[in-house]
Every structure is written in structure tokens, then in C-alpha cells.
Design a protein around this ligand. Structure first.
Ligand code: GTP
Ligand code: MG
Length: 362
């Protein structure tokens, strides 16, 4: 399962958001900085309105959503890359994630200390960016020393790598995250070995408290995020965390009363899922309707492997229909009748929303 790390300054509301996401009180929350030291881990279902409709069509006894793991990490402060705050320990935890959700504090509350003493979301984003860049620069420099030693003893391949590491270090030094670089395949391989923090896809979760995001600094933040191609999602972490104990109906009522149409956390989970470049395909029968995550661009046989290795080994064909088409027709029988149920081979590229039944030799 892919893992998303929740990153940000202390007291930004990371653990509050984690609890809102997991609809639990698993993570300790406090108004003092560095409340979280050991990370909290939770598996979170990806909300998908298509799943209950499919479960109904197939008369499935159970509906099982796709899931992503969220990892609530200790707060990061200015100087973390040099070991300030919880420094290196914190950075090691981020290294273990596949994508980053950065919580940006945009709520004002005199009872909750701000480590920078004033509210300024755009500055906070810059602070975190700088620390991640500096940490990566350190990683690249250590690798560069090792590579330079290889070049000295006449290793030809190392020369290429050294040139790439120089380019990489210059980019980081210039404020460009590793994810923004255009890379050749061999460079991509070196980058993968470095586990750089700025190579991970990122999205910003702006914690707006009970109010809405507005004003100049919010616009600056959005502009900056857009320039780097990062999604921005607004959440009311504290409000949504309070919904954890309510039934879905009560929660909707509460949200409506607060003037919110949807849960920001639902949007956040879907955005994180997209950030991981995942799509969802469905397998459905009477036992269960199940949403499954798959890397975008994967083939039918790779999708089969995501269900069971035996299905991939004995793969014969995949019977496929897009769920939008299926909903329009109203039943699988009709889809069969109309001949819109397609039989696809192992190289078929799976699309988001495909309902797939695999045929395979047992
Ligand atoms: N007013 C207000 N307070 C919030 C909101 N979100 C979080 N808080 C409060 O802010 C404080 C810090 O929240 P946490 O979730 O513990 O913050 P954190 O980012 O996990 O902090 P560290 O673990 O110390 O890095 C707590 O007192 C929360 O109740 C919000 O949206 N509005
Ligand atoms: Mg915390």
C-alpha cells in the first residue's frame, strides 16, 4: 500500500487532520509544539461514490473501498536539516513516504502557539521547502563525494553520474525541487536511489480553521502552489475531527449548519490518491464489490497481479466495461446483450472506473 506523509510546522494541525482523516482519536493533539514524536499510522479508505452503486448492481454482500496509508509525522522547524527540533529523525520518516501532504496553518488562535509567532501561510510553505531542499542538498553532496572517488580511480560510468549530481545540486541550491527536473532514464535510476524529499509529489492542505481562506496571503500561497503544479485543498481540521464520533447523517447535518457542503478531508484523500498517480478499477461479484488502486498506465495483467498473483500467471483475458457505461445501461445483462462488454488482452491499458472480470487458468 502506498504511504502519504503528513508534514508541516509544529502546531499546524497535522495530528488533528490525521484524526479527521481516520475518524478516530488515535493521534494525540495538543496546543504545544512537538506534541507528536513517534509517527501515527492509519489506513484510510478512499471515498468513491461509484462503489455503492456497483455493489447494488452486483448485489454484493460487501463493498470494499481502495485505501491509502497516512503517516502523521513530527513537526518540522527552521533548521531541521541541520538537526534543529527533531531534525534528522523527522526527515527519516518523510523519506519513507511516497507522497507528501503539507499542512499549512491558516487558522488564528491565540491559545495555540505559532513557532514563527505570526500567521503567514506563504512564509511557512517557504520555510518547509527550504528545509527539504537543504536536506536533499546534504544527501546529494554525500553521494557526490562517493561518486567523485570512483571517478578518480577511472570509473567511466561514475563520470556521467557525477555530472548529473552536479546539475542536481545546482538545481536544489537554486530552489528547484528534484521533482521539477527533466531526467534521462539513467538519471532517474540514480535519483530513485537517493530517496530525495523534494522528489516526492506534494499537495498543500491549508488548515483554515472554521473560517474560509481568503485575503492576500492565501492568494500568494495558491499562486506559488500553482506555479509548482501542486494541488491545494482547504480543510477545517479541527471541525472535521469533531465529527469523528457522529453518524454520517449527523455529520452531514453538522457540516451543513457550519456552511460546508462537503468534507475537505474527502477531497484531500481523493487528491492524495491522484497525487500518487493511482487510478481505481473495480472487481465485482456477489461476495464483494471492491475498488482497487492501480498505477496509472498499468496493463490488464498488472491489474490481475494486484488482485492475485495466480490471476496474473494464468491470465487469459479481461472482461471490461467502464462503470459510467454500466450505470447508463443499468445492468450487466444489458451490457452483455448490447455487446459493450469488451474482452481485452494482457496489454490492455486499464482506465479509471473500469469494472474488470479476469479469466485465468487456475
Ligand atoms: N482554532 C483551531 N485550532 C486548531 C485547528 N486545528 C488544530 N488546532 C489546534 O492546534 C493545536 C495543535 O494541533 P495538532 O494537531 O496537535 O498539531 P500538529 O501539527 O500535529 O503539532 P505537532 O505534533 O506538535 O507538530 C491543538 O490544540 C489543536 O486543537 C483549527 O482548525 N482551528
Ligand atoms: Mg502532531
Amino acid at each position: 500500500m502506498l504511504r502519504v506523509g503528513i508534514v508541516g510546522l509544529p502546531n499546524a494541525g497535522k495530528s488533528t487532520l490525521f484524526n479527521a482523516l481516520t475518524r478516530s482519536r488515535q493521534a494525540a493533539v495538543a496546543s504545544y509544539p512537538f506534541c507528536t514524536i513517534e509517527p501515527n499510522v492509519g489506513v484510510i479508505a478512499v471515498p468513491d461514490g461509484r462503489l455503492p452503486r456497483l455493489a447494488e448492481l452486483y448485489r454484493s454482500r460487501e463493498a470494499i473501498p481502495a485505501a491509502v496509508e497516512f503517516f502523521d509525522i513530527a513537526g518540522l522547524v527552521r533548521g531541521a536539516s541541520r538537526g534543529e527540533g527533531l531534525g534528522n529523525q523527522f526527515l527519516a520518516h518523510i523519506r519513507q513516504t511516497d507522497a507528501i501532504v503539507e499542512v499549512v496553518r491558516a487558522f488564528a488562535d491565540p491559545n495555540v502557539a505559532h513557532v514563527e509567532a505570526s500567521l503567514d501561510p506563504a512564509r511557512d510553505v517557504e520555510t518547509i521547502r527550504t528545509e527539504l531542499l537543504l536536506a536533499d542538498l546534504g544527501t546529494v553532496e554525500r553521494r557526490r563525494e562517493a561518486t567523485a572517488r570512483k571517478v578518480k580511480v577511472g570509473d567511466k560510468a561514475a563520470q556521467h553520474e557525477l555530472a548529473f549530481l552536479d546539475r542536481l545540486a545546482a538545481a536544489l541550491d537554486d530552489g528547484t525541487p528534484a521533482r521539477a527536473l527533466a531526467l534521462h532514464d539513467d538519471e532517474r535510476a540514480v535519483l530513485a536511489e537517493l530517496f530525495l524529499l523534494t522528489a516526492k509529489p506534494i499537495l498543500y492542505a491549508v488548515n483554515v480553521g472554521e473560517g474560509a481562506l481568503g485575503g492576500g496571503e492565501a492568494a500568494t500561497l495558491r499562486d506559488a502552489a500553482l506555479r509548482e503544479g501542486a494541488p491545494v485543498v482547504e480543510v477545517c481540521a479541527d471541525l472535521e475531527a469533531q465529527l469523528a464520533d457522529l453518524s454520517p447523517a449527523e455529520a452531514s447535518e453538522y457540516l451543513a449548519a457550519a456552511g460546508l457542503a462537503t468534507r475537505g478531508t474527502d477531497e484531500l484523500i481523493r487528491a492524495a490518491h491522484r497525487l500518487l498517480e493511482l487510478l481505481v478499477f473495480f472487481t465485482c461479484n456477489e461476495k464483494e464489490a471492491r475498488a482497487r488502486s492501480l498505477r496509472a498506465g498499468s496493463s490488464a495483467v498488472e491489474a490481475a497481479a494486484a488482485v492475485h498473483t495466480d490471476m496474473a500467471k494464468g491470465f487469459i483475458a479481461a472482461e471490461v466495461i467502464g462503470c459510467a457505461e454500466l450505470f447508463a445501461l443499468g445492468s450487466l445483462a444489458k451490457a452483455r446483450e448490447r455487446g459493450v462488454l469488451k474482452l481485452e488482452g494482457r496489454d490492455y491499458v486499464v482506465r479509471d472506473g473500469d469494472v474488470v472480470q479476469f479469466r485465468f487458468h487456475a
